[in-house]
Ligand binder design. Structure first.
Ligand code: BG6
Length: 488
């Protein structure tokens, strides 16, 4: 059962895709697990004029549609829907916010405002909340991405929100930080001396982070075309994963210490500029092809597409972290749409043995690899050499896997969706899985550098066929260093 005090959670953008697919199902799951206080309430806010019973019906329909892994518990649905109220207002109209006061009681509860709306509305929602006194501590605000389009716009958003909310009241979402397996990176690194004592340039040769998706732009071509894969995936999710992999051990598992260490990593990223952009980056755009045996259109033939665009749907980067621990260790990042499979993983390649006593049977000893599968087949794998059993005079060696599958090992545990964890932490007032303003801004500083360098190097994204691992140049990015992407 929850220990958190009751709250009033205002869900701005409650009829949108994110709220219907993710947030409301996540809140239902928290309710089902007994993690919502009996007296906590949820106030949906959107422009449509709906009665509360219409809204409850819509939410119940969304739960039915998007909770597919287990049957709905009708008693919980009923209890959950009884918490819901609805306030139909035009978010752009400051005066309209007064209507919210009938739904919220800030004198006896913590008010948490969740902005699941386009960021262009964040400033006016802040103004509106301030006009009815709902920004004063202990009120909290949860902000969805994208937090800006570049450093300047991100600063504008942060400044505006910062006018009303102190940093300790602001919860910036990066949903990767709520994933079980991303959290497990902390356990893996800081609870196991086997890894922590080998976590630097003396033992590690290179690191790969891959986030591949089979989906294309999913009906949001205009939004995506304005963003591109670098802003949509690297600025936030990949750089957050990289920070967790690379950061120094925090003193404690709390927001201040973890965010401080992640920030130091982001500050140490070597800038990508015109001088290294050709060698260290690859961008691609998909053409028609086959994904999971289905024919799929090219990026420029997707619904709503323009006939020309230089937006990248694939990015590969070689990133250096200029600090003592990671000196000389490249981090290769790769992410793309319409890849052959959905796969998010981190591959740590260790240095090879300095001397090979098995040269007669194996001229080069493959190095050990630690593969952390973040999704969908969550698990941890170690690749190592073993002797193949047999009486032959010479030792035959073979790469074998120590494979821990989360699904098998924790078969009786439900893997919660990232939003369940994040909503729970926001309700309980724990910020350690949320991104600090400075992290967002330093990540943008790095990304702006890449974008500017791409802009100045007149090169366009290279084509790759949907259903492949990106342009050939991405293979060369590693081949030029004598390495290759892990596709095992
Ligand atoms: C979102 C991006 O932040 O993350 C999407 O905007 C992307 O384009 C999604 O598809 C991927 O999330 P996940 O959890 O499926 O890896």
């Amino acid at each position: 059962m929850t220990t958190a005090a009751p709250c009033d959670l205002i869900l701005f953008g409650t009829l949108g895709d994110l709220a219907r697919r993710k947030l409301l199902p996540a809140l239902y799951q928290l309710d089902r697990a007994g993690l919502l206080h009996d007296a906590s309430r949820i106030i949906g806010v959107a422009r449509d004029g709906l009665s509360v019973s219409e809204y409850r019906q819509r939410v119940a329909d969304s739960l039915g549609k998007f909770i597919t892994k287990e049957p709905l518990d009708e008693a919980v649905v009923e209890r959950f829907c009884a918490r819901l109220s609805y306030c139909g207002i035009d978010l752009a109209e400051l005066e309209a916010y007064a209507a919210l006061t009938d739904h919220v009681d800030s004198s006896s509860r913590t008010v948490i405002s969740y902005f699941a709306t386009p960021p262009a509305l964040f400033p006016v929602i802040c103004d509106g909340l301030a006009s009815i006194g709902l920004t004063e501590a202990p009120a909290r605000v949860v902000l969805e991405k994208p937090l800006g389009h570049d450093l300047a716009s991100s600063k504008r958003i942060n400044q505006h929100v910062g006018r009303y909310f102190d940093e300790s009241q602001i919860y910036r979402i990066d949903h990767y930080l709520g994933k079980e397996t991303v959290l497990n990176l902390l356990a893996l690194r800081f609870a196991n001396s086997l890894f922590s004592s080998h976590w630097d340039h003396t033992a590690i040769d290179s690191v790969q982070i891959t986030a591949a998706e089979q989906v294309g732009v999913e009906g949001r071509w205009s939004y995506y075309d304005d963003a591109g894969q670098l802003r949509d995936m690297v600025q936030n999710h990949l750089l957050q994963v990289l920070s967790l992999i690379a950061m120094e051990p925090p003193t404690r598992l709390d927001a201040e210490n973890i965010r401080e260490e992640k920030l130091k990593v982001l500050k140490s990223l070597r800038p990508i500029t015109v001088s290294n952009v050709r060698d260290d980056t690859v961008r691609g755009q998909y053409t028609a092809g086959f994904v999971a045996d289905q024919k799929v259109p090219g990026y420029l033939q997707e619904e709503g597409a323009r006939s020309r665009s230089a937006t990248e749907t694939f990015v590969a980067l070689k990133v250096h972290i200029d600090n003592w621990r990671w000196s000389g260790v490249p981090f290769y990042l790769r992410t793309g749409k319409r890849m052959p499979e959905k796969r998010t993983e981190v591959v740590i390649s260790f240095k090879p043995q300095p001397h090979n006593i098995f040269y007669e049977t194996l001229s080069e000893l493959p190095a050990n690899k630690l593969i952390i599968r973040l999704q969908p087949d969550e698990g941890v794998e170690i690749q190592m050499l073993n002797k193949v059993p047999g009486l032959g005079k010479q030792m035959q060696l073979q790469t074998t896997k120590l494979d821990l599958s989360f699904f098998e090992t924790f078969e009786h545990h439900r893997i919660a969706d990232a939003y369940e964890r994040l909503l729970l932490e926001a309700i309980e007032g724990n910020q350690y899985l949320f991104v600090h303003r400075e992290e967002v801004e330093h990540a943008w500083r790095f990304i702006d550098g890449v974008l500017a360098a791409w802009h100045n190097s007149a090169e366009l994204p290279k084509n790759y066929q949907a259903g492949t691992w990106g342009p050939v140049a991405a293979v060369n990015l590693l081949a030029q260093d004598g390495r290759q992407w892990d596709e095992s």
